[in-house]
Design a protein around this ligand. Structure first.
Ligand code: PRP
Length: 179
């Protein structure tokens, strides 16, 4: 284990097993209807790659980049769209993928923006859900794991752009960010 990690919340194996279950839930829900998967950069790329290999409908993939966080640990509360999607999504089923939903601000803003483009439906899937920090009411349709309000990193989640590549979800030691 990385020496900056306090503890592991979910191992690589546990995450892999849950992703497979989520894929089954999503396959059962869409029943073969085509879906445009939109991955919210950067954190969700690990989740999207693992998940969509297990989906059995026709999938188009696109990416959007938005940011509400600086390099610290507290949300600034302002969302910026840094990169928009490229596909035409009029009349399409959209599955929006996130690594984590925290305050809900990011998904709330992105959902409203995409809805205004005349999509057929929008569902959300997130690997990790931190319900204690929710400020915006956002429909979380497919959830990997509910997690406690701790500073988590790994499986796409960063602290100051580090630790995304850890294959597990860990809690960062306080000494790393309380300097
Ligand atoms: C993280 C995460 C979500 C968002 C969740 O992204 O990937 O997009 O924060 O927080 P919220 O529910 O409070 O809006 P971040 O802006 O850190 O970008 P990153 O994925 O590139 O690390």
């Amino acid at each position: 284990m990385n020496d900056k990690i306090e503890k592991i919340l979910f191992t690589e194996e546990e995450i892999k097993a849950r992703v497979a279950e989520m894929a089954k839930e999503i396959n059962d829900y869409y029943k073969g209807e085509p879906v445009v998967v939109i991955s919210v950069l950067k954190g969700s790329v690990f989740f999207v790659v693992d998940l969509i290999k297990k989906l059995d409908m026709d999938i188009a993939l696109d990416f959007i980049a938005a940011s509400s966080y600086g390099s610290g640990t507290v949300s600034s509360g302002k969302l910026k769209i840094k990169k928009d999607i490229e596909l035409d999504i009029v009349g399409k089923n959209i599955l929006l993928l996130e690594d984590i939903i925290d305050t809900g601000e990011t998904l709330f803003e992105i959902i409203n923006m995409l809805k205004a483009r005349g999509v057929k439906s929008i569902k959300t899937a997130m690997m990790f859900n931190k319900p204690a920090r929710r400020e915006k009411a956002v429909e979380a349709d497919f959830i990997g794991f509910d997690i406690p309000d701790e500073f988590v990193i790994g499986y796409g989640l960063d602290y100051d752009e580090q630790f995304r590549n850890l294959p597990y979800l860990g809690v960062l030691k306080r000494s790393v960010y309380e300097k």
